[in-house]
Design a protein around this ligand. Structure first.
Ligand SMILES: Nc1ncnc2c1ncn2[C@@H]1O[C@H](COP(=O)(O)OP(=O)(O)OP(=O)(O)O)[C@@H](O)[C@H]1O
Ligand SMILES: [Mg+2]
Length: 213
């Protein structure tokens, strides 16, 4: 087995994609391979599961906060991200762990920007402050048509008429992701995710230049 340029002690790998694209599934499969290469792997996700992050999330989900301003909401997500990075991601990278993270700031740009139409320049500036400029070595974008993602999440075939409103939203999110990938070809690797999980896993390994003998 041989690992390519992205994989090393202390490398930071992010999985992105619309709901149901297979991020959690593929991250677990990759973690197994990296562990077998002898790396210490830390799998984490946003929201990061820190105590403060949990409190922030309660606030974001509280029906009493329904009238939250979209910018306020973006600040709270950014605060959660700052906590996650400083409490979990940075210490792990400093220990030499290989960090796999399920969603990162690209989700904010795709969902709040592409999906909800919030100013992407504002989101980018806010999140650059929150992350202190910490970027992953590589972003694996699992690309899937919106209908297929929703079908997977719902556990059945294509969405019905009521669910198609959601489909439009996820189409916008997908476009938001693909635009980011086109702008940042240096760190994005787009993987076609509309195939059985084992096949997508092989595509992820190829995208990361990992060769299994
Ligand atoms: N390649 C695949 N083909 C078919 N079904 C899949 C595939 N990969 C994952 N699934 C199934 O689709 C559902 C969503 O997968 P998963 O949770 O990995 O996606 P996700 O991107 O993490 O979604 P979310 O954004 O909702 O967390 C799960 O039920 C999973 O078992
Ligand atoms: Mg998931």
């Amino acid at each position: 087995m041989a690992a390519g340029k992205f994989i090393a002690k202390g490398s930071f790998i992010v999985f992105e994609g619309i709901d149901g694209a297979g991020k959690t599934t593929q991250m677990r499969l990759l973690a197994g391979v990296l562990e077998s290469l002898g790396l210490t792997v830390l799998c984490t996700r946003e929201p990061g599961g820190t105590g403060i992050g949990t409190r922030l999330r309660e606030l974001l989900l509280d029906p009493a906060c329904r009238d939250i301003n979209r910018r306020t909401e973006a600040f709270l997500y950014a605060a959660d991200r700052a906590q996650h990075i400083n409490q979990i991601i940075k210490p792990a990278l400093q220990r030499g762990d290989t960090v796999l993270c399920d969603r990162y700031l690209y989700s904010t740009l795709a969902y709040q920007g592409g999906g909800r139409g919030l100013d992407t320049d504002f989101l980018l500036r806010l999140n650059t402050l929150a992350t202190g400029g910490l970027e992953p070595d590589v972003v694996v974008l699992l690309d899937l048509p919106a209908e297929e993602g929703i079908g997977r999440v719902l556990g059945h075939g294509l969405p019905d008429r009521l669910e198609s409103e959601k489909t439009d939203f996820f189409r916008q999110v997908r476009r938001g992701y693909l635009e980011q990938a086109a702008r940042r070809p240096g760190i994005f690797r787009v993987v076609q995710a509309g195939a059985p999980a084992g096949e997508v896993h092989r595509r992820v390994l190829t995208a990361l230049e990992i060769k299994i003998d």
